[in-house]
Design a protein around this ligand. Structure first.
Ligand code: ATP
Ligand code: MG
Length: 452
């Protein structure tokens, strides 16, 4: 009882110390965290050294420190400093100031670019420079701040660690190091407020915990399903960036599972909504994501267009079937379905034109894989989208939508010599002759007739 009371008083006290602007900092020496400055890229090291030589504070911050502590290789290095963007730009000849909302500086070293940001101020409503929408979402937060303020506005305690390469100390304002050691991802401050300020943090919570194998702290996790709808207000371009991170960084399967578990696949990601809830669609998406993960882990390129083509396919398929049922001819029905689906998604996700064009090309050539007579298979082989189209076809076959024999035929045909190819062609039914229907298979009901 007494112990509890003391604990409560103690906790209460600690809280006041930690509230608003006073967060006591913990400085951990190297022996406590084990990061060696040699683990930084030479560009990151040079950047901090130059800034410090000019009399400024400079730290490696965010994902890189977190990843090093987890014994992972950081993707890139971000630097936080008290120098203004102009001051940073003056120090580095090869640098440029970017961004309108909040300026940061890109410092270039050969192929490596280091992002340097000036400590950013508090996000509180009464601050000059901050603008908040009715839902609590921050529209603008372009004020410089102190080191301590910079730490408060970061999302998770594990992302708010600052490493000084000179002293090899870690500065921790939010108990991030103990959290990381305990394998916990915890949001800084009041979870509801922080998610309202920026709903993308919910996606980040799910993505980072899936990717890093960290457990979401209960208070961080609980409000997510309730606040999921806030994602509707996020600008589509930001959602699109986040989607790419979710699905193209080698943890797509785990991320999709976690999104679903937290109710984040509804509404915001209509593709997953529809798809993950019907067996064949689920199988198709699962295979596609597995495939993507394997490619990423093997350092092979992955294409966002292909990924989105797979995520949306079963929606296209459903729309296509519906239109055919209304009496529309197969090919025009497919074209219409493709455009309808991609228009809806473009609004929500801002799939950039560059990707959506390729995505539609992958869909549009699908019926051509059904044509295996005359000159058509040869022409398809020459199509610049043949490879992507074939990979897509393979997923359709593997998921049970089409007979596997079709993908096997194309695989053999693509590798065969001229004579073998000629022998593989199916009898030509000619344009005037009646089309011969192949025996119907349950899964190929949706197959359009041969395109003329
Ligand atoms: P990744 O490994 O995916 O790059 P990351 O944590 O480095 O993860 P970035 O988007 O590169 O993610 O962000 C860098 C840092 O900026 C984060 O570690 C965090 O401190 C801060 N940050 C990023 N997004 C937000 C956000 N929405 N709200 C608050 N802080 C953020
Ligand atoms: Mg990063």
């Amino acid at each position: 009882m007494i112990k509890k009371l003391i604990q409560r008083v103690f906790n209460g006290k600690k809280k006041t110390v930690n509230s608003k602007s006073h967060h006591s900092v913990h400085r951990y020496p190297r022996r406590d965290h084990g990061i060696d400055r040699k683990q930084l890229s030479s560009a990151a090291l040079r950047t901090t050294q130059e800034l410090q030589k000019a009399g400024f504070a400079a730290f490696v911050v965010g994902g890189a420190v977190r990843d090093l502590l987890l014994k992972r290789i950081p993707k890139d290095f971000d630097i936080a400093t008290n120098a203004t963007p102009e001051q940073v730009h003056k120090i580095f000849r090869r640098s440029r100031i970017i961004g309108r909302r909040f300026q940061i500086v890109h410092v270039m070293f050969g192929s490596e670019t280091i992002e340097v940001s000036t400590f950013r101020g508090s996000h509180l409503a009464d601050d000059v420079g901050a603008q908040i929408a009715d839902t609590g979402r921050i529209l603008r937060d372009n004020v410089f701040g102190s080191h301590e303020e910079d730490a408060v506005r970061r999302d998770f305690t594990a992302n708010a660690l600052y490493y000084d390469p000179h002293t090899e100390e870690i500065f921790d304002f939010h108990n991030g190091l103990p959290d990381l050691k305990a394998g916990v991802l915890r949001i800084i401050g009041n979870p509801q407020t922080r998610y309202r300020e920026d709903p993308v943090r919910m996606l980040r919570a799910v993505r980072l915990s899936a990717k890093l194998g960290l457990k979401l702290d209960p208070a961080t996790e609980t409000p997510i399903p309730k606040l999921a709808d806030l994602l509707h207000d996020v600008p589509p371009a930001r959602l699109f960036d986040e989607m790419l991170k979710l699905f193209l960084s080698g943890h797509a399967m785990e991320s999709a599972r976690a999104l679903r578990e937290h109710g984040l696949h509804h509404g915001l990601l209509p593709m997953l909504d529809v798809v993950l809830e019907q067996p064949m669609g689920e199988r198709f998406v699962t295979l596609a994501l597995q495939n993507t993960d394997e490619r990423v882990l093997a350092d092979k390129p992955v294409s966002p267009a292909f990924l989105f083509a797979t995520l949306l396919w079963h929606e296209v398929l459903a729309a296509w079937q519906k239109m055919q049922a209304k009496g529309e001819r197969s090919i025009p029905a497919l074209m219409q379905a493709m455009h309808d689906v991609s228009d809806i998604q473009a609004e929500k996700l801002a799939i950039t034109k560059r990707f959506s064009v390729t995505m539609k090309e992958i869909w549009a050539i699908q019926p051509r894989f059904e044509q295996r007579s005359g000159q058509r298979p040869y022409r398809l082989l020459e199509n610049p989208r043949f490879r992507a189209g074939y990979d897509f076809l393979l997923l359709r076959c593997q998921s049970g939508e089409l007979p596997m024999e079709l993908a096997e035929w194309w695989d053999t045909f693509a590798q065969a010599d001229a004579e073998q190819r000629a022998a593989m062609l199916l009898p030509d039914t000619g344009p005037k002759k009646r089309r011969r229907r192949r025996p119907r298979r349950a899964a190929s009901d949706t197959t359009p007739p041969v395109e003329a």
